[in-house]
Write a protein of this length. Structure first.
Length: 255
């Protein structure tokens, strides 16, 4: 399936899953983008919808710029990168598992080890689809902004197991995959979480239509990026501009 066929398939699904007024704005946006490429207009304001093939790309680039600004404006330049897996679930339980992961993460921030070192965080919701068993794996990628002296309180090699057990205890599920590591190149991590081509909603159209429908329904009113601590207040103006409408939310990722 080429890119044009993928876009057409995605639009067919969006036309059925979104309100007619919302989908109409996406159609207008795509049409305007085509006129822009042909030189018939000078700019395309964009619809700003999270599922729009045009605006999602632009939004991700803005996310990168704003994320970098937030991190550069703090006095902290040490980061830990966490991967926190949820359970493999069927379509019917996807939204419930996403909520469970978010609640468990909030509680995890209050645990002794994490609380002692953390000054802020960037949390990203992702959902992987496993075609072989027709299940979804909602998980969290988290950048912890930590104290510059965090190594006095936290050693990755010795404390990693405690972090794993904390997550599994909060999730009430054994053997969930958990990883935590120091970040050497924060720009590489940000790129992975934002503009990586494989993290595009349109890639889901290669699967059955029920897969992308379930994804849209489960994430429709969810925040994909969540900022906390030293970076939370600095995001307010950006949130007011981009998240005022429930249909204008953080661009969805898929892994």
């Amino acid at each position: 399936m080429n890119s044009n066929e993928k876009e057409e398939a995605l639009l067919n699904i969006l036309s059925e899953e979104l309100k007619s007024t919302v989908y109409s704005r996406i159609e207008t946006c795509l049409e305007s983008e085509e006129y822009l490429r042909k030189g018939r207009i000078k700019w395309n304001y964009g619809c700003g919808n999270r599922y729009c093939p045009v605006c999602s790309k632009k939004w991700k680039n803005r996310v990168v710029r704003n994320m970098n600004k937030k991190l550069e404006s703090t006095e902290y330049n040490n980061y830990l990168f966490m991967l926190l897996n949820g359970r493999n679930v069927t379509i019917d339980n996807l939204e419930k598992e996403i909520e469970s992961n978010n609640k468990a993460f909030t509680k995890m921030l209050g645990t002794k080890k994490i609380k002692a070192i953390t000054k802020g965080y960037i949390k990203v919701l992702e959902i992987a689809y496993k075609e072989e068993n027709k299940t979804f794996l909602p998980h969290l990628h988290v950048v912890l902004i930590v104290k510059n002296s965090y190594r006095k309180y936290f050693q990755i090699k010795s404390d990693k197991e405690e972090i794993k057990e904390s997550w599994r205890y909060l999730k009430k599920q054994k053997n969930l995959f958990v990883d935590i590591q120091s970040v050497r190149d924060i720009n590489k991590v940000i790129g992975y979480l934002t503009v990586s081509n494989k993290k595009r909603l349109i890639n889901l159209v290669e699967y059955e239509s029920d897969v992308i429908r379930a994804y849209i329904r489960a994430t429709r009113n969810k925040k994909i990026y969540t900022y906390g601590g030293v970076v939370s207040d600095k995001k307010k103006d950006f949130q007011k501009k981009d998240l005022a409408n429930k249909d204008v939310l953080n661009i969805t990722y898929i892994q």
